[in-house]
Design a binder for this molecule. Sequence first.
Ligand code: KIV
Ligand code: ZN
Length: 517
Amino acid sequence: MNHRVAIFDTTLRDGEQSPGASMTIDEKVVIAKALEDLGVDIIEAGFPIASEGDFEAVQRVAQSVMRATVAGLARCHPKDIERAWQALAHALRPRIHVFLATSPIHRQYKLNLSKQQVLARVAEGVAMARRLCDDVEFSAEDAARTEPEFLVEVAQVALAAGATTFNVPDTVGYTTPDQFGDLVDRLMQDLPQFQQAVLSVHCHNDLGLAVANSLAAVKAGARQVECTINGIGERAGNCALEEVVMALRTRHDLFGLETGIDSRRIFSTSQLVSRVTGLHVQRNKAIVGQNAFAHEAGIHQHGVLQCQETYEIMKPEDVGVASSQLVLGKHSGRHAFKDWLNKQSFELSDAHFEKTFAAFKALADKKKTIYESDLLALVEGELQSTTGPWRIASLHTSAGTGTPPTAAISLMDERNVVHEEAACGDGPVDALFKAIERATGVRAVLKSYEIRSVTSGRDAQGEVSIEVSHGDQTYRGRSFSTDIIEASGHAMIQVINRLCRKAQNEADHLAEAYHAS
Ligand code: KIV
Ligand code: ZN
C-alpha cells in the first residue's frame, strides 16, 4: 500500500472561481512558485480554453515551475484538450485534466446525454489527451451524486482509455464522510486498476464537510487530495490544503500517511494568497486564522505556560505562524529586511526593494513596536501602489459636527498627468470615494467596507478592505496605513487599477484578434 498522499493544489483554478478573487498572470506565477516551495505535487494553473488570460497564465506557470507537475483543465472536447496541451507545452511535468459530468441531473439538464453517450465521450476525451500527454487525469464532475454502479463504469472506461488518475469530485458539497468513504472504498474494491492508477478526491465545502470528506476518502484508499490554500473556491470553497495536511500530520497515529508539504511554509503561503486575492482569512480559521494559536482563557494560558501540549495539538512554529514578537526594528539593516522578505516569498526588484526599505525605516520611526503583521501590511501597501495606471499624489478630507464632509484628491495617471477633484459626501470616506470616481471617470459601486486594526496600540496600522462592483464583476481592494482615510483611498485606487488593467487586457486581446483575422 502506498503511504504517500499527493497534494493537488487548485488555488489558481477552482480557487480563482471565488467571486472577486481574480488574479493577474504575474500574481499567479508568484503564487505558483510559493506552492512549489510549499511542496505541493501538482499545481492546477487554469482552464486554458476559458480565456486568453487563463491560457497565458497556464503557459507562464508551466515555464516557471521546475519540480511540481502543472495541470491544465479541459472539457471532453478536442478543442479544449488541444488548447490545454498548447498551454502546457513547456512544462517539465505536464498533466491534462479532462472532465465531464456524470450525475443524472447533469446528464439530463446540462448535457442532454445518455449514459452510453457519456461513456463514449469519456473514452474519446481521455484517449485524445493520452495521445498528447503521458499524465492524464479524468474527473467525473458531480461524482458524489452519480449512481455508484455507473461511476464504477465511468472509472473503468477512463482508466482503460489511459487515465493515470481518476478523480471523484463532490462538486456541490453534498456528501458526508461515511457516504464518501464508502464510495471510494467501492471504487477501490471493484477496480484492481487502482493498484497502479491514482484515485483522487475533490471536495467542495457547501456543508462545511470538505476536509472531513477528503480525510474519509484517504482512509478508504484515495491517494490524491485536491484542495486550495485557505479553502477558497467556488461558492463555499474547496477542501483547505492547510487543514487536510495538518490533520494527516497531527493524526499520523490514525492515518499513517505522509505528504510532501513543508508545513513551516503554510502560514506565509496562506498570507500570500489572502493578499493577492483580497480574500480575508477568518480570525478563527483552523491552522492559519489569527486566533488559531491564541489562548484567551486564563486557565488555558496557565496550562500552556506549564506545558504547551495541554491546549496545543500543533506548535505554531510547525505551520510557520508569524510570531507576535518584534521581528525587525529601527536598527535592522538591509540584510535582515531582505531575509525576512525572502522568507515571506516576496520577490521585489532592486528599485522596489529600496522604496520598501525606506518605507520600513519611516514606519520604524513612527511606531514604537513593529510586529510581523505591520511588515506584511507595509510590503503589501508598497506592492499595490505600483501596479496600475493611477496613483494618489495627495488627498485632504475634512469632517466634523455641523460641517458637510468634503474631500479633495490629486491623482496621477500613467503619463504623470495630474487630475484634481473635490466632492462632498455622507462622511469623509464617502466624499473621498466620490472625488476619486470623478477624477478617474470610473464608476464603481461600494458593496462592503471594513476596517480592522492590524496590531494593537494607539499607533497601530488600520487595514481597510472594500468590495466593489463594476458591471457584473466584483473586485476587492485592501490597504493599510496608520491613517484609515488614506488607507481607504489606496484601497479604492487599488480596485480601480485592477479594473483598468482588466479592461486594458481585454482591449489588447481584441486588437490582437483583429490583426490576426
Ligand atoms: O468541482 C468540480 O467538479 C471541479 C471539476 C472540474 C474537477 O472543479
Ligand atoms: Zn471544483
